[in-house]
Design a protein around this ligand. Structure first.
Ligand SMILES: [Zn+2]
Length: 198
């Protein structure tokens, strides 16, 4: 029923994160209806694929390699924040609370999907320790089991090579503006365990 080229577009869109087949169909029909959006999108996508590149040092994306963060002399050279993806790097940057450098792993280990440290941007991380002088690592990975396993495995490897390095992870607990009675048991239990002196 759906013309073949349109069906191919729907199939491709459906593979995108957060878009199932029905949403993909809606997006495809919307693009088809407004011919201008389709042409504009085509142009933008072309530009993104030509100009946006991955930093071979940290895994961030940008217009230059190394990226604008790796070449920023004003940042704190002693601290490295390890994140899962570029979107996590953006989130930490938006907080304005971190002025060190980053390393983007490109995922987390997953026994289910057969992803180990070798499949991540881990070898480059070890190389960086040989050439840069980090004194502290902060893990800003998700609070999932896989995220915690990844932090544990990497810190074990790094501690073996550099026993004096200081390693920490993001605090877990109450989000800003949250009500105690609306928090799930897991988060509340983490918040209680991570309580701070008042
Ligand atoms: Zn970089």
């Amino acid at each position: 029923m759906i013309p073949l080229p349109l069906n191919q577009l729907v199939k491709h869109l459906a593979k995108l994160p957060s878009l199932g087949p029905r949403s993909a169909q809606k997006v495809a029909l919307h693009l088809l209806k407004s011919g201008d959006s389709m042409a504009q999108l085509q142009h933008i996508m072309q530009e993104v694929s030509e100009k946006v590149i991955t930093c071979s040092n940290c895994g961030n994306i940008g217009l230059e390699n190394p990226c604008h963060i790796c070449t920023n002399e004003k940042r704190d050279k002693n601290i490295l924040c390890i994140v899962e993806g570029v979107d996590d790097l953006w989130a930490v940057e938006r907080s304005g609370a971190f002025k060190g450098f980053y390393h983007v792993l490109g995922g987390v280990v997953s026994a289910l999907d057969g992803i180990g440290l070798e499949e991540l941007n881990f070898n480059q991380l070890v190389k960086r320790f040989n050439t840069e002088n980090f004194e502290e690592i902060i893990f800003a990975l998700g609070a999932s089991i896989d995220g915690q396993t990844t932090s544990h495995l990497i810190s074990r490897e790094i501690k073996q090579l550099y026993p004096n390095i200081s390693i920490s992870t993001l605090a877990k607990g109450m989000p800003m503006g949250a009500d105690v009675d609306y928090m799930d048991e897991g988060t509340l239990s983490l918040a209680l365990n991570g309580r701070q002196n008042f």
